[in-house]
Design a protein around this ligand. Structure first.
Ligand code: ADP
Length: 190
């Protein structure tokens, strides 16, 4: 099993790129944001609990997210590998994740950090808000999500740097250009 994390602020293009790479390399794409949005729409127990956090741009409590990931990981037979998009988002999630993968006799092979300047991220999110109408894409909630990213999620850069797993790429350019940059890293492992 070969596992990747796509890392970066909201609006970096993780989801877009994760889908492309997952298709091409036959990996399973796990987006915690998408799982949560579906759960909220279907009013599942998880969705009912998560809704208040997602709408405010807050992080959903670690325990809920960790259980959700554990369930997902156990639901595939002989997967070739996974791309995690939007997870982990806190040190606590990352630590629990390392343990979980160890129990499955596997690990994270690379964390691909997609770097995009702040202003570009804000523009992209505002633009997406107009197209998709996601309830957490209002200007206030966007600002808050970026702040939450800086406070809770950016410390993971050092966490994975220390594990020698961090790879950084420039996230500015066309979807195709960014895709090529990511593939150069993926190809080292697959
Ligand atoms: P984006 O990265 O564009 O902000 P996502 O779709 O990844 O969007 O996530 C949307 C929301 O779902 C987050 O603002 C947060 O409330 C919740 N969420 C997603 N992943 C996690 C996670 N790993 N831990 C806690 N909350 C999460």
């Amino acid at each position: 099993m070969v596992n990747f994390i796509f890392f970066g602020p909201p609006g970096a293009g993780k989801g877009t790129q994760a889908k492309l790479i997952a298709d091409e390399y036959e990996l399973i794409h796990i987006s915690t944001g998408e799982i949560l949005r579906t759960a909220i729409k279907n009013q599942t127990p998880l969705g009912i609990q998560a809704k208040q956090y997602v709408e405010k741009g807050e992080l959903v409590p670690d325990e809920l997210i960790i259980d959700m990931i554990r369930n997902r990981l156990n639901s595939y037979k002989n997967p070739k590998g996974f791309i995690f998009d939007g997870f982990p988002r806190t040190i606590k999630q990352a630590e629990a994740f390392d343990k979980m993968l160890e129990e499955l006799n596997t690990q994270i092979h690379a964390v691909i950090r997609i770097k995009v300047p702040d202003q570009e991220v804000i523009n992209r999110l505002l633009n997406r808000a107009k197209i998709e109408g996601r309830s957490d894409d209002t200007p206030e909630v966007i600002q808050h999500r970026l702040q939450v990213y800086r406070t809770n999620t950016e410390p993971l850069i050092d966490f994975y740097k220390k594990q020698n797993k961090l790879y950084e790429i420039d996230g500015v350019g066309t979807i195709e250009q960014v895709n090529q940059r990511i593939k150069q890293i993926i190809n080292k492992f697959l």
